[in-house]
Design a protein around this ligand. Structure first.
Ligand SMILES: C[S@@+](CC[C@H](N)C(=O)[O-])C[C@H]1O[C@@H](n2cnc3c(N)ncnc32)[C@H](O)[C@@H]1O
Length: 390
């Protein structure tokens, strides 16, 4: 398996390089409106923004800022395939203008525009982004009623173009089956509140780079890509920043396309390429190990597991996980200017392949479950679990 990743240093308001319907998933995070860091960039894009700010008209500035963003969302809708999804990470902003503290709800402004242009909104994810900033508590301290609650979450808006995607050919259906995630991953990932993003994976960047670029944690696009696309799909990020989505797509075995206005980021984006093979394989191995631990815990609780994965021969909870196979990365290279190519292993990671009889054979153990003691269950389960010990 191979994937391709293309980077364009162009304005995403006009993604002329992309034909209609060529993208399966969009994962992105635009510059947040009404965050002071971005005032200059927005005012360069539209002088009315600067004028509204200098007149202390926060709501007008907010609206003009979003009107600069709307054309990108129109392009996102055009290039998405029918049934394709857009996942937009966005935070709201709070700001004091003319001595009035107020919320600027970026997430609802974007959601409303997306619905206006015909995309269907799906339930959103809130992800917890704890802040330890000294000004965390704003307003009148301990005296009611003038204190403000702190924004410690961001949104992932999820929108779909048209109806559910249909997988018509046998080949596509097989790719979909191989792209399955684990049952226990589903239980965490498909919750509408993510408390565990921080610390799930090590970071691809040092903390200075992350702070300067407003990069999202690697796990955020990696998880969304794994949840909402299949191997070989094309993922677009119209606001590429330091390239986290592109790298997450490489790790997940998807193709990707990125747009970025700031040409000074080129060097930095490319500089992460030599790390991506080891970094991705580390995350993949972590997922497989965590599955091993999950299975072991279940056995220790005296529970059995019904299915066996065909590639790894390890136990899985549902039939849908029996074809699951996560391709490890073999090599990543820059094939031409701003085009990357990644090569993958087509075989499962050997250290996670269970060398034992499939669980279904062991399940024919004649000891009736009801009469067996917990100790007996544990012994039986012990037989089932040579779960990748590395
Ligand atoms: C919040 S950052 C994205 C960070 C990214 N998610 C990451 O992990 O690195 C937004 C990026 O969008 C870029 N940008 C802003 N307007 C753009 C436009 N119209 N077209 C392309 N890129 C744009 C900015 O230069 C900035 O690098």
């Amino acid at each position: 398996m191979e994937t391709n990743h293309n980077l364009f240093f162009k304005d995403a308001k006009k993604m002329d390089d992309l034909p209609d319907g060529c993208v399966d998933l969009v994962v992105t995070s635009p510059p947040y409106r009404m965050i002071e860091t971005w005032d200059e960039l927005f005012t360069q894009q539209n002088s009315r923004i600067g004028k509204a700010l200098s007149k202390n008209d926060g709501l007008l500035a907010f609206e003009w800022m979003h009107r600069e963003l709307d054309p990108v969302w129109n392009e996102v809708s055009r290039v998405l395939t029918k049934g394709g999804l857009a996942c937009i990470n966005i935070g709201d902003a709070t700001r004091t203008i003319n001595e009035r503290f107020s919320l600027y709800p970026n997430h609802s402004r974007i959601l409303t525009h997306m619905q206006k242009i015909g995309l269907f909104a799906l339930p959103v994810i809130l992800w917890r982004k704890q802040t330890n900033a000294p000004n965390k508590f704003m307003g009148s301290g301990m005296m009611p009623p003038g204190a403000y609650v702190t924004l410690e979450h961001e949104y992932v808006l999820i929108l779909r173009k048209g109806n559910k995607r249909i997988f018509k050919s046998d080949e596509n259906r097989q790719l979909r089956r191989e792209s399955a995630y684990f049952w226990e991953e589903r239980n965490t990932w498909f919750s509408d509140v993510w408390m565990d993003l921080k610390g799930t994976t090590q970071s691809l960047y040092d903390s200075r780079t992350r702070a300067r670029s407003a990069a999202f944690p690697f796990e955020l696009p990696y998880r969304l890509i794994t949840m909402f696309s299949v191997k070989g799909d094309t993922v677009l990020d119209p606001f590429v920043g330091v390239g986290t989505t592109l790298y997450a797509a490489m790790a997940a075995g998807r193709n990707s396309i990125g747009y970025e206005l700031d040409t000074s980021l080129e060097k930095q984006i490319i500089s992460h390429l030599p790390k991506i093979v080891a970094f991705s394989n580390n995350r993949i191995n972590q997922r497989l190990k965590m599955h091993g631990r999950f299975v072991q815990d279940r056995y220790e609780q005296g529970k059995t597991i019904k299915y066996t994965n065909k590639h790894y021969q390890f136990p899985v909870i549902t039939r849908q996980e029996t074809d699951l196979m996560i391709n490890g990365l073999k090599a990543a290279r820059l094939s031409e200017k701003n085009t990357f190519q990644v090569e993958y292993f087509d075989e499962p990671q050997s250290q996670f392949v269970e060398k034992r009889e499939p669980v279904s054979v062991l399940r024919s153990d004649p000891v009736p479950m009801k009469k067996s003691t917990l100790r007996k269950k544990k012994e039986k389960n012990h037989l089932q679990q040579s779960l990748f010990k590395p």
